[in-house]
Write a protein that binds this ligand. Structure first.
Ligand SMILES: [Fe+2]
Length: 204
């Protein structure tokens, strides 16, 4: 008998979050207020657009606590869904939050999130054609020749893609291992695309 086993998968979690409608307008307003208050953007993965200049500065902001509370429930649901071993003691901390406001033709180049274990994003405003999140396979370089030769049906059967694209949807949240490289394609709409990115650190 011959078999193929798809070993070493990366777990990418997506949640169509509950009650996003309750905070949507408020978090959009908060993002624009932050941009007005701190107009100088962080320059990391973003080409154009605005990114929170100091990703830690508003975690303790009183005006942001409505979101922190809502977000805390989403993380609780994430941990329940992953069903971590309750016998093992661990801690999980949100080490940074930052907004990304991408306007027409803005995009984010491929990057990962060092100094954290898990990275995530919540799409706050995601008009049609405003940019797709694209993950690069961690095996893309080392397996490039064999990946190139594989037929699509085998690739799909074993989830052995070179890239994995996720269309943003307002209110959806995604959490993935921080080492997984990703980029955001150009915003081709005339409206703003707003996301809230975050890093989580897990201690054991
Ligand atoms: Fe990112």
């Amino acid at each position: 008998m011959k078999t193929i086993t798809p070993v070493f998968p990366c777990l990418v979690y997506e949640d169509e979050t509950q009650d996003f409608d309750l905070i949507r307008d408020r978090i959009i307003e908060y993002a624009y207020n932050q941009e007005r208050r701190y107009p100088e953007s962080n320059r990391k993965s973003n080409y154009g657009g605005w990114q929170t200049p100091n990703p830690k500065f508003f975690i303790d902001d009183e005006g942001f606590q409505f979101f922190v509370d809502w977000f805390g429930y989403r993380i609780k649901e994430y941990l329940e869904y992953l069903d971590y071993d309750k016998e093992k003691k661990y801690g999980i901390e949100v080490t940074s939050f930052w907004f990304n406001i991408n306007r027409r033709f803005d995009f984010n180049i491929s990057h990962h999130h060092p100094n954290s274990n898990l990275a995530g994003v919540l799409w706050i405003k995601a008009p049609k054609d405003s940019g797709t999140l694209v993950f690069d396979s961690p095996h893309e370089f080392v397996e490039s020749n064999t990946m190139h030769l594989q037929k699509q049906n085998l690739i799909d059967r074993y989830l052995a893609w070179e890239r994995f694209a996720v269309e943003p949807k307002e209110g959806n949240m995604i959490i993935f291992p921080s080492h997984l490289r990703h980029s955001v394609t150009k915003n081709l709409s005339t409206e703003d695309r707003i996301s809230l990115a975050f890093n989580l650190t897990v201690s054991i």
